[in-house]
Design a protein around this ligand. Structure first.
Ligand code: NI
Length: 255
């Protein structure tokens, strides 16, 4: 079986010095490809250096994470435009996050819109980070319908209704990660409503470690645990989940 981790941060400082072992364990677990999600100009150098050392296994996105949006966001956009190469598979992770407050909400919305326009201009999918901002997010996506966007909602925790509304404004997938293994996770209860051809697997490592490893550092080798829970909740076989999610990732990110 082959799996693809569509959202991870193997370059994160949490892995400092053991990235190669982490990547080798993931490959041994059947994870053929890991998509590294970008955060901002401070982290990007580490990410690009690591993906360059593991061509064919690690691929990267470029984007400004909403939690990194400050008054200097236009400089950050200039930096990511300058960092764009043909190897980038998506613009991400981008979006809105009001969880820690709305101090930079206006800047986040502007930076998000500009990056959606860049994705359309570059003909790339987008990898969305959305937390506690669904209303503003849907308003922007619907306003950008003319861009014919495609992409995925990473660590999706919303409802089928939200996803259905979103799907009227583009070609969208949902990224399912370790949260699906948590007791009382809303996505676990919703998952059976999503067709397999809309699902992607992801870890968001080093965060969101699946059961039974909660409390440990997450890594891409845990993808089969997430796939097994998706199989259990959807009533599909593990083989079917692996095949569908891998095919979906290849199609969306042109891998
Ligand atoms: Ni992430």
């Amino acid at each position: 079986m082959e799996f693809i981790d569509t959202h991870t941060h193997t370059y994160d400082e949490a892995f400092d010095g053991c990235e190669d072992e982490v990547i080798a364990r993931a490959v041994a677990a059947g994870v053929s490809t890991m998509l590294e999600a970008d955060i901002d100009s401070r982290e990007r150098g580490r990410m690009l250096a690591l993906t360059a050392r593991h061509p064919g296994v690690l691929r990267h996105m470029i984007g400004l994470y909403p939690g990194s949006v400050r008054d200097d966001w236009r400089d950050e956009i200039d930096a990511l435009e300058a960092a764009r190469t043909p190897e980038a598979v998506a613009v991400g992770e981008i979006g809105l996050d009001y969880h820690y407050g709305k101090e930079f909400a206006e800047q986040q919305k502007e930076a998000f819109r500009v990056q959606l326009e860049l994705a359309a201009q570059w003909d790339l999918p987008v990898n969305i980070h959305l937390r506690d901002a669904t209303g503003d997010f849907l308003d922007i996506i619907e306003d950008c319908r003319h861009l014919h966007l495609r992409g995925n909602l990473h660590a999706f925790s919303g409802s089928w209704e939200t996803f259905s509304r979103l799907s009227r404004s583009g070609d969208w997938y949902v990224g399912i990660g370790g949260v699906v293994t948590f007791r009382k996770a809303s996505i676990a209860a919703e998952l059976h409503r999503f067709p397999l051809d809309r699902l992607l697997l992801e870890t968001d490592a080093p965060y969101l470690t699946p059961v039974p490893h909660r409390g440990e550092r997450n890594e891409s080798s845990m993808i089969p645990l997430i796939a097994a829970e998706v199989a259990r909740l959807t009533g599909e076989s593990l083989e079917a989940v692996a095949a569908a999610t891998t095919a979906n990732a290849r199609k969306l990110f042109a891998l």
